[in-house]
Design a protein around this ligand. Structure first.
Ligand SMILES: *[C@@H]1O[C@H](CO)[C@@H](O)[C@H](O)[C@H]1NC(C)=O
Ligand SMILES: *[C@@H]1O[C@H](CO)[C@@H](O)[C@H](O)[C@H]1NC(C)=O
Length: 597
C-alpha cells in the first residue's frame, strides 16, 4: 500500500473501531436492561445455536441452526428472533424452516410464517421477529429450526476510494455471540470469506482461522442479549452488481407468448474508483478507458450472468450509456444462460443502463381452470447475485381480462394501470407490483389470476385475438424468409471460397447443407401458410405474404442454378477463360433477377 492509502486505511479502521466500541457500549446498556426484562421470555432457552456468516459475495447471508427448548411449565408457541436495528435496516429476506437434518431429502421444508413482532419490555434499538412453532412446546420439549437472513449493502468498502490498480477491501461488523432474547447454552460461529486474503479481524479468546474461514467459539451459557462486537476486513473482488432500479414488464398475449422486457439501471456498488476518470462524466470515462486498453481493475466487473428460463427465445439486449458490446447465449434443457459483457470493465460507482428482452412460451407459465387463467411466473431478475434497490414488475394482461388477483409469496406494494397500444380498444389491464431491497432469494414464483370467461366470448375480443394470431404467424413467416436469405448468402460465400481455396468438396458440402436447410425451412413454412389461408382475418394480408414467399422461391432457384453452373465449370477445368465466362453469365442472370424483384 502507498503511504497516503495506508493513512486513509488506518483512519477508517480507527473509525470502524470507535464504531464498534460505541455499539458495544450501547449493547452493554441493552444487556443491563434485558436482565430486568419480562420473565415470560425466560421459559425458553436456546440449547444450541450454530451460525454461519457467508461473506463470499456482496450479498451477506447468515444461516443459523437453532435448537429451542422449553424449560418452563407453560406451553410456548412462538420463538422471538432479535436483530440490531443497524443490521435489520439492511435485511432483505428472512426465512425460518424446520431443520431437516443432514442427508434427509424428503419433502422440502415448508417455511414457518415469520412476522415482525413488537414484544413489550425489550431493550431499545432492536428489531424483533416472531417464528410460530409448528406445534406448541410443552415443558421439556425442544424443536430445531433453521433461520436464513439475507442482507444487502452490509459490506462497507474501506478504503472507500481505490484506484483501478487496487484490490477492493471491505469491512463487515457483527456479534461474536448470537444475539438472542433467551439464554444460549452452547453456540459456535463460522465466518466464510471469498478467500484467505484477510487484512484484519477481531481476535477473541476463542478465535481460530482455517484458510478462508474464521471460527468464533464455542461459547457456553451466555445470557440473553450477550454481545461481543467483531469486525472483519477482507479482500472481496466479487462484482457488486446493484440495480438501483429495475422495471420488468411481463406482457401476456392471447396467442401464446410471454414477452419479458427488463430495464436495468445498474451501478457497481463497491469502492469508488479514483483517478483521472473519476472526475469525468461517463461518456468521457468511456473514452479514457478506450484509450488505455490494458486497464483492468481487480474489482471491476467484466461480465454479468443472466439465467433465463429453459425455453427463452428471441433474446436481445440494448444499452443506453456505455455500450454493452457482446453477449453470449448458451443453453440446455434446464436453463438458457446469457453472458453480458460490457464493452469496458465497470469500475466502482460506475453506472450503466440497459435493457434485456426475451420471449417465453406461454404454456410453460399459464394454465386454465374453470374459466380462470393462472399465470405462474418468477418475480425477480434472472441476473446472478444482483441486489435490486427498487423492483417494479408490471404484468400486462390481455385486453378484456377481468377479476384480476395476485398472490405473491411476500408482501409487495400493488396498484393497477392501463397500457394502450395501437391495436387496443380499451387498453390492457396492468398489474404493478413494487418491492424495495430485493435479493436473489426473492426470485420465487407468484401467481396472477384472471377471469376470462366473460370477455372471451365478446366479438371485439375475438376479432382482436384473431388479428393477434395472424400477426404472430406473419412474424414467424418473416423470420423464416430472413433465414432463407441468410442461407442464400452463405451459399454465395461458398463460391468465393472456392475461388480462393479451390476446394470443390467443401463447396459441394456447403450446397448440400443449404439444400437441406432450405427444405427444412420450406417445411416449417407450409403450416403457417395454411393457417393464414384459412383465417378470415388474414384475407387482406395474404396476397402480400404469398408474393413474398414466391419472390424468395425465385431467388432460391437462381442462386442454386448459379451455384451448380460455377461448380460444374470449375470441376471440368475447361480453362480459366471458360469459367470466367460462365461466372459472368451467372452474375448477369442474378443481377437481372434482382432487378426484377
Ligand atoms: C454505442 O453504440 C452505438 C451504436 O452502435 C454508437 O452509435 C455509439 O457511438 C456507441 N457509444 C459509445 C460510447 O461508443
Ligand atoms: C409454479 O411453477 C413452479 C415451477 O414450475 C412450480 O414448482 C409451482 O408449484 C407452481 N406454482 C403454482 C401455484 O402452480
Amino acid at each position: 500500500m502507498t503511504q497516503p492509502q495506508l493513512a486513509q486505511f488506518e483512519t477508517s479502521i480507527d473509525e470502524s473501531q470507535s464504531l464498534t466500541t460505541e455499539t458495544s457500549r450501547c449493547y452493554l446498556l441493552l444487556f443491563t436492561i434485558a436482565i430486568l426484562a419480562s420473565p415470560a421470555l425466560s421459559d425458553l432457552v436456546f440449547s444450541k445455536v450454530d451460525r454461519r456468516i457467508y461473506l463470499t459475495s456482496h450479498i451477506v447471508r447468515v444461516s443459523s441452526t437453532i435448537k429451542v427448548e422449553n424449560v418452563g411449565p407453560e406451553m410456548v408457541s412462538d420463538v422471538l428472533l432479535a436483530f440490531p436495528d443497524q443490521q435489520a435496516k439492511n435485511m432483505a429476506y428472512l426465512m425460518a424452516t424446520p431443520h431437516e437434518g443432514k442427508g434427509k431429502v424428503k419433502n422440502p421444508a415448508v417455511a414457518l410464517p415469520v412476522e415482525a413482532a413488537n414484544p413489550k419490555g425489550m431493550p431499545p434499538a432492536l428489531t424483533f421477529y416472531s417464528v410460530p412453532l409448528p406445534k406448541g412446546l410443552a415443558e421439556g420439549d425442544s424443536f430445531t429450526f433453521d433461520v436464513l437472513a439475507v442482507f444487502s449493502h452490509a459490506l462497507r468498502p474501506i478504503p472507500e476510494k481505490i484506484t483501478q490498480a487496487d484490490i477492493q477491501l471491505v469491512v463487515y461488523h457483527d456479534n461474536a455471540h448470537y444475539l438472542s432474547p433467551y439464554v444460549v447454552k452452547a453456540q459456535s460461529l463460522t465466518v466464510k470469506l471469498p478467500d484467505s486474503r484477510i487484512e484484519s479481524y477481531t481476535k477473541l479468546d476463542n478465535t481460530k482461522i482455517h484458510g478462508s474461514e474464521i471460527k468464533y467459539g464455542p461459547y457456553e451459557n451466555l445470557p440473553a442479549f450477550s454481545y461481543s462486537p467483531i469486525a472483519v476486513h477482507f479482500e472481496s473482488n466479487q462484482p457488486f452488481a446493484v440495480a438501483q432500479e429495475l422495471v420488468r414488464e411481463i406482457e401476456i398475449s392471447h396467442w401464446g407468448n410471454v414477452q419479458v422486457t427488463e430495464h436495468y439501471k445498474l451501478i457497481h456498488g463497491g469502492a469508488q474508483s479514483k483517478g483521472e476518470f473519476s472526475r469525468l462524466n461517463h461518456a468521457f470515462s468511456f473514452l479514457w478507458i478506450m484509450a488505455r486498453p490494458n486497464v483492468r481493475g481487480a474489482s471491476a466487473f467484466r461480465y454479468l450472468v443472466v439465467n433465463l428460463p429453459p425455453r427463452a427465445h428471441s433474446v436481445y439486449y440494448r444499452y443506453e450509456i456505455g455500450n454493452i458490446s457482446t453477449s453470449h447465449l448458451r443453453g440446455d434443457s434446464k436453463k438458457t444462460e446469457l453472458l453480458i459483457e460490457p464493452r469496458y470493465p465497470m469500475f466502482g460507482a460506475w453506472r450503466t443502463a440497459f435493457t434485456i428482452g426475451y420471449g417465453l412460451p406461454l404454456q410453460d407459465f399459464l394454465y386454465e381452470s374453470e374459466g380462470k387463467r393462472f399465470l405462474n411466473i418468477t418475480y425477480s431478475s434472472p441476473m446472478v447475485e444482483l441486489v435490486i434497490d427498487t423492483l417494479i414488475v408490471k404484468v400486462v394482461l390481455p385486453e378484456g381480462s377481468s377479476d384480476i388477483s395476485v398472490a405473491a409469496p411476500f408482501p409487495v406494494e400493488q396498484w393497477r394501470e392501463t397500457k394502450i397500444s395501437h391495436l387496443d380498444i380499451d387498453g390492457r389491464p396492468v398489474v404493478v407490483l413494487k418491492k424495495i431491497n430485493v435479493v436473489p432469494e426473492h426470485n420465487q414464483y407468484f401467481q396472477s389470476i384472471i377471469d376470462i370467461s366473460i370477455s372471451k366470448s365478446s366479438a371485439s375480443y375475438l376479432a382482436k385475438q384473431h388479428w393477434e394470431e395472424v400477426q404472430a404467424v406473419i412474424q414467424l413467416v418473416q423470420n423464416i424468409i430472413s433465414r432463407c436469405l441468410a442461407t442464400h448468402d452463405k451459399l454465395e460465400a461458398s463460391l468465393r471460397d472456392l475461388y480462393r481455396t479451390g476446394d470443390i468438396q467443401a463447396c459441394k458440402a456447403a450446397r448440400k447443407a443449404t439444400d437441406g436447410l432450405l427444405k427444412e425451412l420450406s417445411k416449417e413454412l407450409k403450416p403457417l401458410l395454411t393457417i393464414l389461408q384459412s383465417s378470415p382475418s388474414a384475407a387482406q394480408v395474404l396476397p402480400k405474404v404469398e408474393e413474398l414467399v414466391a419472390k424468395e422461391r425465385e431467388l432460391q432457384e437462381n442462386v442454386m442454378v448459379k451455384h451448380s453452373k460455377v461448380v460444374d465449370g470449375y470441376e471440368k477445368k475447361s480453362g480459366a477463360c471458360d469459367i470466367e465466362n460462365r461466372v459472368a453469365f451467372a452474375a448477369t442472370e442474378t443481377y437481372s433477377t434482382e432487378g426484377r424483384s
